[in-house]
Design a protein around this ligand. Structure first.
Ligand code: OAD
Ligand code: ZN
Length: 246
């Protein structure tokens, strides 16, 4: 079965690196980006350069945050997240590289030190100039008062700690993710369309360096031809079945 095939790969691996996308969080009620009904079917991304240049774009971005128009307030980890957390705990998975900004890997019990967020985190905000961290709820009153949201230390612009299109990738995280990909002997993709680069280059980095590559995703991806195992199925039920076989 599918679960037997993936369990076999995991059993024979010593350094599994998990790479997740929005597909691992849909079973927690968070929409992904590119499926029918996904986030990008409902709204356009706000480009980084527009956020920096335009007060209106910033207003729109903060309205999405405080109105929760992206639709995921109070989501909890699901069976897929918990399976990954168990594999980390067991020492099988050395790190979890995630494109997600929902904090659910940490919420499922993976230590912060083992989660590499290549697209940042939406659960807090940061000053774009000095890096000072701000909790979202502490900023809400500025949005309610229709004020531009700027740093009290340096007057820089504050933005959620996510990476927007047009914004530079976080250097340390990309370096660590690349290092992990190079050391992996099984690179396990869970729920990503693998179309957004440079994040989507990581499975190929691992494969080129000799790792096995497994892609678990509802639909086909353009990297399937390079994979040792492709399973087009739902992550939660599959990973639960896999855990029962290890
Ligand atoms: P996508 O929405 O592009 O892809 C999610 C994939 O998960 C789709 O191919 C779905 O078929 C699949 N999927 C959904 N639910 C699933 C489930 N329960 N089990 C298995 N597969 C499932 O999301 P990402 O690949 O994460 O970046 O998108 C990459 C980046 O694009 C995001 O990090 C975000 C977005 O724009 C930025 O915002 C910079
Ligand atoms: Zn600042």
């Amino acid at each position: 079965t599918d679960a037997d095939d993936l369990a076999h790969l995991i059993r024979n691996a010593h350094r599994v690196v998990v790479f997740t996308g929005a597909g691992i969080s849909t079973e927690s009620g968070i929409p992904d980006f590119r499926s029918p009904g996904g986030v990008w079917s409902k709204m356009k991304p706000i480009m980084f350069q527009d956020f920096v240049a335009s007060r209106d774009a910033r207003r729109e971005a903060w309205t999405r945050v405080f109105n929760r128009t992206a639709g995921w307030t109070g989501a909890s980890p699901n069976a897929g997240h918990y399976a990954v957390a168990q594999l980390v705990e067991a020492g099988k998975v050395t790190s979890v590289i995630t494109q997600n900004v929902d904090n659910l890997h940490q919420d499922s019990g993976v230590p912060d030190s083992k989660v590499i967020e290549v697209h940042g985190n939406a659960s807090y905000a940061k000053c774009l100039t000095c890096g000072k961290r701000y909790e979202l709820e502490a900023l809400r009153h500025h949005w309610e008062a229709d004020e531009d949201i700027t740093c009290m230390f340096c007057t820089g612009l504050i933005k959620t700690a996510t990476i927007s299109f047009g914004q530079a990738m976080p250097e340390d995280e990309m370096a660590r993710a690349t290092e992990e990909a190079l050391l992996a002997d099984l690179f396990l993709v869970l729920g990503s369309s693998l179309v957004v680069y440079p994040a989507a280059s990581l499975p190929l980095v691992a494969k080129k360096a000799g790792s096995n590559l497994a892609i678990i995703n509802r639909e086909a991806t353009e990297q399937d031809p390079y994979a040792d195992l492709v399973l087009n199925t739902d992550i939660g039920p599959l990973m639960s079945a896999v855990m029962g076989r290890l």
